[in-house]
Design a protein around this ligand. Structure first.
Ligand code: NAD
Ligand code: MG
Length: 397
């Protein structure tokens, strides 16, 4: 027990310079900073100044930029500090292998899969924000966690909520899980209006402040599609037990319905630090200075059914779950590629789901992954096919 407790105080944050990473370091600071935690490794990508500042402030042993071309810049910035520096895929692997008992997986996209898997395999407890790990690698990722012997604690607000609402000895009585969705900035837009939106309007989330990719994913509800698949793997439920409900206030973070008709919900202000703190100190609850809910001021909580004709991503998630195999990896990789094209104004907002669907259909007979290499191969092929589909759109546009 004492070794485990000691080990839990050693942290690594994969993706420390992003929205979740910065919030995680704020939670670490609130819970005692360097006095209470030993930061083993921090990783970033483009923002070297922030990464170096974080590494210095928290006394990290290792700082890693995933972008090899920025290695020299990071090395120069941290010269004389005694903080080790690394870069690229091998640097991320080194960070994952540092002896931290708890690892925050906060890289965006499948770029986070390899280091998160490495940390899981060596038995670290994983705080999972990087949902793409589960969407792409599914059972293989769960297996790696089991074999490693560490815990997998969700950080995604909906999944943290469900995790908190699940009574461990009553799992047999779970009827359904209900994922809430804010509906994003285009909740009341028609399809015609959505066809013309730009990255600037798509990224402006009404309730949560988050990274670019997930903000746009909230606008298209692709993020909710990823979360449905994430929930299936995390909680081992059947696709038909997963419901999505639009809840514009983002106060009810998600719910679990039981066989006696009871529904247990977890509520809070839309602030990721609550879910991060819960994952960091699980099973105890930390003291956090975050805004408290003022029910009289909120006054009402609204719910409405999602419209799958305007948000086809939800339908694609069900298709991916029904087909199984590598369809989650394919859906995610095709969408990441389409998202990049949308961010560069090469395709329209609605094209993203169309491209994901086309690639999923073309790759529907690919064999299930026997190993993680098969997942990476399906990911690469889906990106290639998505790029091809994008070039066709460009020609006809
Ligand atoms: P972000 O874009 O703000 O940060 C991403 C992090 O990943 C940064 O540290 C960046 O340097 C790093 N990164 C980017 N590209 C990389 C690459 N190719 N290789 C290695 N590292 C790379 O993203 P975010 O909003 O913090 O989201 C991170 C993850 O958490 C995503 O999977 C997202 O879906 C999930 N998540 C985020 C929130 C949120 O509130 N932001 C909520 C729930 C789940
Ligand atoms: Mg979420």
């Amino acid at each position: 027990m004492s070794t485990k407790t000691q080990a839990r105080h050693r942290l690594t944050i994969l993706g420390s310079t992003g929205s979740i990473g910065v919030n995680t370091l704020d939670v670490v600071r609130q819970l005692g900073g360097r006095e209470a935690f030993e930061i083993m490794a921090l990783t970033g990508h483009g923002n070297i100044a922030l990464l170096a500042e974080q590494a210095r402030t928290f006394g990290a042993r290792l700082a890693v930029t995933a972008d090899e071309s920025r290695y020299a810049a990071l090395k120069d910035t941290l010269a004389g500090t005694g903080i080790a520096v690394a870069a690229g895929a091998s640097g991320l692997d080194e960070a994952a292998h540092m002896d931290a008992g708890w690892v925050m997986a906060a890289i965006v996209g499948t770029a986070g899969l390899a280091p998160t898997l490495a940390a899981a395999r060596r038995g670290a407890d994983i705080g999972l924000a990087n949902k793409e790990c589960l969407v792409s690698a599914g059972e293989l990722f769960i297996q790696a966690v089991r074999q490693g012997g560490g815990r997998l604690i969700p950080v995604d607000s909906e999944h943290s909520a469900i995790f908190q609402c699940l009574e461990t000895d009553q799992r047999h009585a779970v009827e359904r899980i209900v994922l809430t969705a804010s509906g994003g900035p285009f909740r009341n837009h028609s399809l015609a209006q959505m066809a013309d939106v730009t990255i600037e309007t798509a990224r402006s989330h009404p309730t949560w402040s988050m990274g670019l990719k997930i903000s746009v994913g909230s606008a298209s509800m692709f993020n909710k599609a990823l979360e449905m698949i994430e929930a299936k793997h995390l909680f081992d439920v059947r696709p038909e037990q997963i419901e999505v409900i639009v809840h514009p206030q983002s106060i009810v973070h998600s719910m679990v319905g039981y066989s006696d008709g009871s529904v247990i919900a977890q509520l809070g202000c839309p602030d990721m630090r609550t879910a991060i703190g819960y994952a960091l100190t699980y099973p105890s609850r930390p003291n956090l200075s975050v805004e408290r809910l003022d029910f009289a001021r909120i006054a009402r909580l609204d719910f409405e059914a999602p419209d799958e004709s305007r948000f086809p991503a939800l339908r694609l998630a069900r298709t991916a779950m029904t087909r199984g195999g590598v369809q989650g990896a394919v859906m995610n990789a095709a969408e990441e590629t389409a998202f990049e094209a949308f961010a560069e104004a090469r395709i329209g907002f609605l094209d993203m789901a169309d491209i994901a669907e086309v690639v999923m259909d073309r790759m529907s007979s690919v064999k299930p992954a026997a190993s993680i290499e098969d997942v990476f191969a399906a990911d690469a092929e889906a990106r290639r096919q998505a790029a091809e589909a994008i070039s066709t759109i460009k020609k006809t546009a």
